[in-house]
Ligand binder design. Structure first.
Ligand SMILES: *Cc1c(COP(=O)(O)O)cnc(C)c1O
Length: 372
């Protein structure tokens, strides 16, 4: 297929999937596609509970709504502060404002691009109620340290696992280091229903407060039976696909090893080989594969480089805008001027995941596009 300009296109998402098609037929045959309640949300909740070893699962209309609900579940409100990375998903910052609290931004690690746990202490105040921690672009935050810090000071943790459902982070399933874990089923995500999300927690008090907030005679943040129907078969394949993506990241990084000017988050995390990270009980998820872009080494600007990749059918795009650069100073607190997050704002590139389920030939095409 060609578009107007006859440009090659990156692989599309979601992939055709016979199991999803069968689930859609079942939802049609049993009428659950048009009902408020049916077997599909129950099954999805049960499956997510088992996957995470968490008794309580709340399905939601999006990952963004799930983060908002997590804040409610933790009783975060006016006069409270919530610490998060200055390089994070925009919605996380907006959600803190939505519940009336103040975002406190901390810098990212210069190598891994993830929230710098050593900055948490400086960001803490008597008002700190929660920390939002996101694993981004194939990197993982050092959760045992976050957990220890939070427990020491009686601060709650919201672990945003939207980019790595089913991943293993330092020996635990992503999302379960937090008092609450958050997943997204948005249209570009590894598990997709076009829209949707979920919260997982072991804490019945948190789950109860979230349910009180959502139940207003009806569920105000619902995930539909039809969405749940297509997610269940994707869960069946999640572990296998996470494994394949991880192997292909290794292959791709080997192919790119002689490219100066692109430094991968995963290499930066220490091993250069994400399969070796597995032996340290971490098997990351790859919604995006993050790189630090070096304009000098590559001889062009990041935007020009990304534009050129797009024209070759490679979905390698600029990452997030850093939150301190896109929001008025009065909206947040920060303990320093966040130099690494500024660099992240200017120089992160992210490779979109569908190519990571591709063939060896497709991976070589990525390498060839980058090197030409
Ligand atoms: C996608 C994403 C979300 C939430 O996404 P929704 O589109 O609202 O489901 C939250 N955090 C991160 C890090 C994400 O990547």
């Amino acid at each position: 297929m060609s578009n107007l300009h006859d440009q090659p296109q990156p692989p599309s998402w979601p992939l055709p999937d016979e199991a999803v098609e069968a689930a859609l037929r079942r939802a049609f045959a049993d009428g659950s596609w048009g009902k408020y309640h049916g077997p599909n949300c129950l099954e999805l909740s049960a499956r997510l509970a088992v996957l995470h070893g968490c008794e309580h699962v709340v399905l939601t209309c999006s990952g963004t709504a799930a983060v908002e609900l997590a804040l409610h579940g933790l009783n975060v409100g006016t006069d409270d502060e919530v610490i998060l990375s200055a390089y994070d998903f925009e919605g996380n910052f907006k959600n803190v404002l939505t519940v009336g609290a103040k975002p406190v931004l901390v810098d990212v690690d210069a190598r891994s691009g993830q929230l710098d746990v050593s900055q948490l202490e400086a960001a803490r105040s008597p008002r700190t109620k929660a920390i939002i921690v996101s694993h981004l672009h194939g990197g993982v935050v050092v959760m045992p340290d976050v957990r220890m810090f939070a427990d020491q000071h009686g601060i709650a943790v919201i672990e945003d696992a939207c980019q790595m459902p089913g991943a293993t982070v330092q020996g635990r399933v992503a999302g379960t280091w937090g008092d609450v874990g958050v997943l997204s089923f948005g249209g570009s995500k590894l598990l997709t229903a076009g829209r949707g999300g979920a919260l997982v927690t072991r804490d019945s008090g948190i789950a109860q407060r979230i349910r009180v907030h959502t139940q207003r005679g009806n569920d105000a943040y619902p995930l539909s039976e039809l969405q749940a129907a297509v997610l269940v078969p994707q869960l069946d394949r999640l572990a296998e696909r996470n494994q394949l993506r991880t192997e292909n990241v290794s292959r791709l990084l080997a192919l790119l090893s002689d490219v100066a000017g692109l430094r991968c988050f995963v290499e930066a995390a220490g091993s250069g080989d994400p399969r070796r990270a597995q032996s340290r009980e971490t098997l990351p998820g790859f919604y995006k594969l993050g790189f630090w872009f070096d304009a000098v080494a590559l001889g062009c600007s990041r935007d020009d480089f990304a534009g050129s990749m797009r024209s070759k059918g490679i979905a390698l795009d600029p990452g997030f805008r850093a939150l301190h650069r896109t929001h008025a100073r009065g909206r947040f607190r920060a303990v320093n001027d966040l130099p690494n997050a500024t660099r992240a704002d200017e120089s992160i590139l992210v490779l979109h995941h569908p190519v990571l389920l591709g063939t060896a030939e497709e991976l070589r095409a990525v390498r060839d596009a980058i090197r030409s």
